[in-house]
Design a protein around this ligand. Sequence first.
Ligand code: FMN
Length: 358
Amino acid sequence: MNTFGHRFRFTTFGESHGKALGCVVDGVPAGIKIDEEFIQNEMNRRKPGQNKYATARKESDSVEILSGVFEGLTTGTPISMIIFNENQKSRDYSNVKDLFRPGHADYTYFNKYGIRDYRGGGRSSARETAARVAAGAIAKLLLKQLDIEVKSGICEIDGIKATNFDFSNVQNSEIYALDKEVEQKQKDAILNAKNSHNSVGGVALIKVTNCPAGLGEPLYFKLDSQLANAMMSINAVKAIDIGDGFNSVQNKGYDNNDEIRANGFKSNHSGGILGGISNSEDIKLKVYFKPTPSIFIKQETVDIYNKEVDCELKGRHDPCVAVRGSVVAESMTALVIADMLLLNMSSRIDNIKKVYER
Ligand code: FMN
């Protein structure tokens, strides 16, 4: 399935080494100013080939808007965007044409579809996430109108954890680090892995500020369940936690509860979500990325004929996918919040009357 969202929804298409990839975003209210420079900046934050901590694949990731925008404003019709692939090197994959890379999706895609697009993994490649960032930029332009902001940064690489969560450090950091104190150590961990032909995992922190209360559609479209759905749909994401998340199981109830005063909550262990609905506190989630599966150390595998072979990779790969992945997680969060904002508008008759009463 290639469509995500309910009321604000998008569909992506395209493969790693195909001609182009793109998306169609549907359900976008008319009248939103489309700032193309902002969309391109978002793409640039995710694009490959920018420094030694990322894959060397060079893509401009220029977005062309094909529909849904007239004289700089959304028209309420589907917004389609296309990104042409420029730097495919399909030959790099010819030696792994028939074999399954350990840790990648080759084995499962082949068993499911019976077709082997060996060129960079085809649709299973995270190249597709460029289209999500384009769609996410449209969601962010909607959120901007309501002063809702979604930010992200790296809080952990190879077990090296941030203790400061400073989002102002992120924009000046080549690895989007939240904590300047541990940034160099995190960078060294990525380079050490790269130089030893290996890879490392990492964790991204996502924060939504100024989010109104009431977002989330219990029971089966709760805000936390949709965030989890969105994050787990991103390549290499293996876990997510919300608020105190995994740590909350070690807390006592008294410490885990957020006491309430007339001016709001005294703490935010819940990560801004109670009963699947936002409570107007900052929404906080952590997204856990595994180490990049494509590494340059010889590993054992089988080929499509089930013959045992060695896998020796060529090509260009991110030594730590969490870095560029954090931008994708931020975009997916914006898309979920946009969807929830539109859905929530019909939760009370008073709101419906505001629109239709004459
Ligand atoms: N995997 C690779 O093997 N090489 C890469 O260069 C690579 N780049 C990625 C970039 C981003 C932004 C993200 C989010 C993931 C990347 N991945 C890369 C991860 C794979 O796409 C992913 O591990 C694979 O599709 C298997 O899916 P799974 O890990 O979710 O099970």
